[in-house]
Design a protein around this ligand. Structure first.
Ligand SMILES: *[C@@H]1O[C@H](CO)[C@@H](O)[C@H](O)[C@H]1NC(C)=O
Ligand SMILES: *[C@@H]1O[C@H](CO)[C@@H](O)[C@H](O)[C@H]1NC(C)=O
Ligand SMILES: *[C@@H]1O[C@H](CO)[C@@H](O)[C@H](O)[C@H]1NC(C)=O
Length: 282
């Protein structure tokens, strides 16, 4: 009897251990809703999170953990229909004036017109590194996985496992690289109709509110907190040392040739005193 209770307990613990390995996170455990006064909701026992926006407020959440290097995945289904003027942001950021930040922002559009994926990267408080893309699918029909890989070699933005942007570590050429400020994951849905859609020409149609974006399967592996290598139990994982192979490079080029609509590195008018240094490094 006692031994069967004991072995049941062991089985249960084993099951729990397996569960925590093979299933993605739970929003109740992994994030805090930070604003929106009830407009952000965790549903289905923590498997689903929805953000909504109406005329009086948007909403947002942030991860409980901070990461110093990591691989962050989130499945997102963007605001459907007429989402013009809305922005769904999903980003990593540290704190303070000299913060580092890795941004995805999804700029809404009129029904049938394409979303824009707006990306940016700040190092030590300095951004101005925007690149924008269209997607090769309708991001409002289904969930798609948007990921950030951040390791000592590079930062990579992925859409469904396809790299769309790489920021390589060029510290040896004097370009600051995010490497010692831990970042939290943030997401929010807000109104930005002064700039988001066609540069602000198309405004939010509040008669369509509330606008809702959905999130699931938030998965983060990485070094938790700011305490350095001791917290990188998974430092041997491939993500920590991953560099591009030729296949990844090929896919990156495919996206950039076919779907990139803005690249700060080609915007010479914006930088009359010269393009940022990373733009001319191979
Ligand atoms: C919205 O659609 C227009 C027309 O296709 C396009 O020019 C624009 O880039 C799209 N996205 C945004 C966010 O304005
Ligand atoms: C959840 O995310 C992980 C990591 O991206 C992925 O391996 C897994 O297939 C996802 N699960 C579902 C149900 O999509
Ligand atoms: C990590 O990998 C290195 C080199 O392959 C190995 O020597 C070390 O034991 C590994 N550490 C862990 C915790 O697995």
């Amino acid at each position: 009897m006692a031994s069967s209770v004991c072995s049941n307990a062991i089985n249960f613990l084993l099951l729990l251990a397996l569960a925590s390995v093979s299933f993605a996170g739970n929003f109740y455990q992994d994030v805090d809703i930070t604003w929106g006064d009830g407009r952000a909701k965790i549903l289905n026992n923590g498997e689903l999170l929805t953000l909504s926006l109406d005329r009086s407020s948007g909403s947002g959440f942030q991860s409980k953990q901070e990461y110093l290097y990591g691989k962050i995945d989130m499945q997102i289904k963007l605001v459907p229909g007429n989402s013009a003027g809305t922005v769904t942001a999903y980003y990593l950021s540290s704190q303070g004036a000299t913060h580092d930040e890795i941004d995805f922002e999804f700029l809404g559009n009129l029904s049938g017109d394409p979303y824009v994926v707006h990306t940016n990267l700040y190092t030590q408080g300095k951004g101005d590194r925007e690149m924008q893309f269209y997607l090769w699918f309708d991001p409002t029909m289904d969930f798609h996985t948007y990921s950030v890989l951040w390791n000592p070699k590079h930062v990579v933005f992925y859409v469904d496992g396809t790299p769309i942007r790489e920021f390589r570590n060029r510290e040896s050429s004097g370009v600051a690289y995010p490497k010692n400020q831990p970042m939290r994951v943030y997401s929010s849905l807000w109104n930005a109709d002064d700039w988001a859609t066609r540069g602000g020409l198309v405004k939010t149609d509040w008669s369509k509110a509330p606008f809702t974006a959905s999130f699931r399967n938030f998965t983060a592996v990485g070094c938790v907190g700011g305490s350095g290598a001791s917290s990188c139990s998974s430092a041997n994982n491939t993500w920590m040392w991953q560099e591009f192979d030729s296949n990844s490079l090929q896919r990156l080029r495919w996206v950039q040739q076919n779907y990139m609509i803005y690249n700060y590195c080609t915007d010479v008018r914006r930088f009359p005193r010269g393009l940022p240094p990373e733009c001319s490094l191979s």
